[in-house]
Unconditional design. Structure first.
Length: 107
């Protein structure tokens, strides 16, 4: 029974690592897309950092990406930047690829 228990622990450890990596990728992606949006809004470096953190925090409102998309859309439109949902989702997708690349390079 020991080998079965070892296998079960290994699967649980892998699941935990995979979930942690997914969380880190999403947080990094949100920071990157926040920086992208801040650039469109022409924010200062200090404002950009604060805004990127706010985008990361916005993702904790509900499951999925809709809370982040809603925040970005609202903020960009309020700042007078013409943007549509598709452009924001493309930026999220691109930032996700970049976040995964950056995190894989760290490990």
């Amino acid at each position: 029974m020991t080998s079965f228990d070892d296998r079960e622990r290994a699967f649980e450890a892998k699941f935990a690592r995979d979930e942690e990596m997914a969380f880190r990728v999403t947080a990094r992606r949100n920071r990157l897309v926040g920086t992208w949006a801040a650039g469109l809004m022409k924010l200062t470096p200090a404002e950009t950092d604060a805004y990127a953190k706010a985008v990361v925090q916005a993702d904790f409102e509900e499951a999925g990406d809709e809370d982040v998309v809603r925040k970005l859309t609202g903020d960009l439109v309020s700042a007078g930047v013409e943007v549509d949902d598709a452009r924001i989702r493309t930026a999220l997708s691109d930032a996700s690829v970049e976040a995964r690349r950056q995190l894989m390079g760290l490990e």
